[in-house]
Design a protein around this ligand. Structure first.
Ligand code: PAF
Length: 278
């Protein structure tokens, strides 16, 4: 597996590759990322994983400095999964001068995660657009765990007519249902044992809606209460339209329940797609 750290060298190398796939990551590679690489390989034979902890998408007081950086280990895992090349620029390479141009995402970026992480999606969309311009992939894979992220990336690709196919990968879960995330490593053993309850709470909403219950507010409240009873600080549990991530219309069937909550100091997010009965 090749490792390249500069834009010029990467462009030169990729000029020979007709069908490049891209898996953008911030590193600390786990089985979830590896599933993205494997899915990427079914769309493009040459997969480039980017590893870059993007300062622009972290807010004040968030974990930019402490975000786990495990590059050697990451490369070993990516190579075993069939990744062809890792692009690992440093900050000076990605942002040689302050990044004063940015992607201005639509209002949906200020809801849900955006409400609790102002500016996050602007920073995310800016780096993703920049990475797409550098790698020029034919396909790019994102995990559904970051549901709002993939929603915004798709919208950006459509509106800016970017020639890249966005592929959504199912969330990769531990045996107890916890969605894999680099931030799970912040959990203490006791918190880790509790962490799957977020999935359980969302699952409870999904089962009810699939059973015909459309009293979303009551279901959201019950999920919130379940988590709060077990010591979580809930930011939101909401049922939304899968298409718009806004309140579902009365006949809308393609839904998603999204949740974000803190366990101790660790903030976790998760979601489940729901198809409501006709
Ligand atoms: O999902 C992530 O890891 C990041 O938001 C991404 C897409 C790599 C952009 O920095």
């Amino acid at each position: 597996m090749e490792i390249i750290r500069t834009v010029a060298e990467l462009r030169d190398r990729l000029a020979r590759e007709p069908n490049v796939g891209c898996v953008p990551t911030m590193g600390n590679i786990h089985d979830g990322h590896l599933s993205l690489v494997r899915l990427g390989l079914t769309h493009s034979p040459f997969v480039v994983t980017t590893i870059f902890v993007n300062r622009l998408q972290f807010g004040q007081g968030e974990d930019f400095e402490s975000y786990p950086r495990t590059f050697e280990d990451d490369c070993a895992k990516l190579e075993a999964a069939g990744c062809a090349l890792v692009f690992h620029p440093d900050e000076r390479e990605m942002y040689p001068e302050p990044q004063v141009f940015s992607v201005d995402p639509p209002p949906v970026a200020n809801k849900l995660e955006g409400r609790f992480r102002p500016g996050h999606f602007r920073g995310m969309a800016t780096v993703v657009l920049k990475l797409f311009n550098i790698v020029q992939p034919k396909s790019a894979v994102f995990g559904k765990k970051d549901y709002q992220q993939i929603h915004i990336v798709r919208h950006m690709v459509d509106q800016l007519a970017l020639p890249v196919r966005i592929v959504a990968a199912e969330t990769y879960r531990a045996d107890d249902g916890l969605a894999l995330s680099s931030r799970n490593r912040y959990l203490s053993p006791t918190e880790r044992a509790e962490a799957a309850r977020l999935h359980e709470a969302l699952q409870q909403v999904r089962v009810a809606v699939e059973g015909g219950d459309r009293n979303f507010e009551a279901l959201e409240f019950a999920a919130d209460a379940l988590l709060a009873r077990h010591g979580w600080h809930v930011d939101y549990v909401v049922v939304r339209s899968r298409r718009t991530l806004t309140q579902p219309g009365p006949d809308e069937r393609d839904l998603v329940v999204l949740g974000a909550a803190k366990l101790g100091k660790t903030r976790l997010i998760d979601n489940l797609e729901i198809t409501a009965p006709a």
